[in-house]
Design a binder for this molecule. Structure first.
Ligand code: SF4
Length: 342
């Protein structure tokens, strides 16, 4: 992981030519009885148009908080402490409830981890898919036909008959296909998928990932894919952002980051990926230590207490995002050319 000669200090994340969403210095705090948690800290990130951006990191690193802030579904004790989320001239970080009602479900849709909690258990699939089209023109029969069309798009067998069943009568994989169909019904510009395959077994997971890729290419929407599963990110995503302790610590094209990770945390995630083990083992490796207390984020590098490559500068100086390769940035002093010269 030695820094290349081409590395230098980056002022910002790599610029996408024509991003759909630009997140600029976003910070989100949660007020709790035990103090304020600084869950997102100065996040700058772009979601490219018509591409899939993966968001990876351990539980508690801020992935879901970032995803929820992009669809206006943060918890009541959350507040945007700074920054903006820009999309088509609007700042999503500061939209009011009415503006969100106009936007959510139309231009931005979301697929959640557990389809059973996002579908209404006492209403048929058909009624839910017709109700969700309340802003669209057309008769009930036309909306029913459209619902069938989208269930066929997600390759649900016998789609017409599925309109009359309740969620509990479908398997987990079928329920997630229904959720994907509902999320795409309004042809959103941005689809946010928050760990959509975590509740599924490995075979279904791959089927859903393949389906998402096909549909993304067909509809041309952008996708933010939140996952802790590196294999699915490699399969589905064009670009990836790695989060740690509420910050983006590495970002770049999937092939670059997966082939040449430039942040010790990214490397540690790969080292712990069970898919990389060729021999059976009783004990999977983990990254020693825990996330820092985000009520008082540490000075210097947030990963320092767990980093095997930490050196004196890491305790005193918060690393910026350094350019670490073509279109790749990493928040680690090892990528500072001044360290090469030292
Ligand atoms: Fe490790 Fe220092 Fe790089 Fe942080 S800045 S990841 S502590 S080497």
């Amino acid at each position: 992981m030695a820094p290349s000669a081409a590395t230098h200090r980056a002022e910002e994340t790599p610029q996408t030519a024509d991003p759909l969403v630009s997140i600029e210095g976003l910070s989100v705090d949660f007020d709790t009885p035990r103090g304020t948690i600084h869950a997102l800290r100065d996040i700058s990130l772009e979601v490219p148009k018509g591409k899939v951006l993966g968001l990876v990191g351990e539980s508690g690193c801020g992935k879901s908080t970032l995803a929820y802030s992009m669809i206006g579904l943060l918890a009541e004790n959350a507040k945007v402490a700074g920054g903006a989320i820009r999309m088509s001239g609007q700042d999503l970080a500061h939209l009011g409830p009415k503006a969100w009602r106009d936007l959510r479900g139309r231009r931005i849709s979301m697929i959640f981890q557990d389809p059973m909690t996002s579908l209404n258990p006492v209403t048929t699939i058909g009624k839910q898919m017709i109700d969700i089209q309340y802003r669209e023109p057309g008769s009930r029969a036309e909306k029913r036909a459209r619902a069938i069309e989208f269930l066929e798009q997600v390759q649900l067998p016998d789609a017409a008959a599925k309109l009359d069943v309740y969620p509990h009568q479908l398997s987990g994989g079928m329920r997630q296909r229904v959720c994907i169909a509902m999320a795409l019904l309004t042809r959103p510009d941005l689809l946010i998928a928050d760990e959509p395959t975590t509740a599924l077994d490995a075979t279904l997971e791959m089927q859903i990932v393949t389906l998402l890729r096909e549909l993304q290419e067909k509809f041309g929407c952008s996708v933010l894919f939140v996952s802790h599963h590196l294999g699915t990110v490699a399969e589905l995503c064009d670009e990836v952002a790695v989060m740690y302790a509420g910050e983006v610590v590495e970002r770049g094209a999937v092939r670059e980051v997966f082939h040449t990770p430039r942040h010790p945390y990214t490397q540690a995630l790969f080292d712990c990926d069970p898919a990389r083990f060729r021999q059976a083992t009783r004990q999977l490796p983990t990254i020693p230590g825990t996330l820092p207390d985000l009520r008082q984020p540490p000075a210097g590098c947030a990963f320092r207490a767990r980093c095997t490559k930490a050196f004196a500068r890491c305790a005193a100086e918060h690393p910026p995002l350094y350019t670490a390769g073509p279109g790749q940035v990493a928040r680690c002093h090892l990528n500072d050319p001044a360290e090469d010269a030292a």
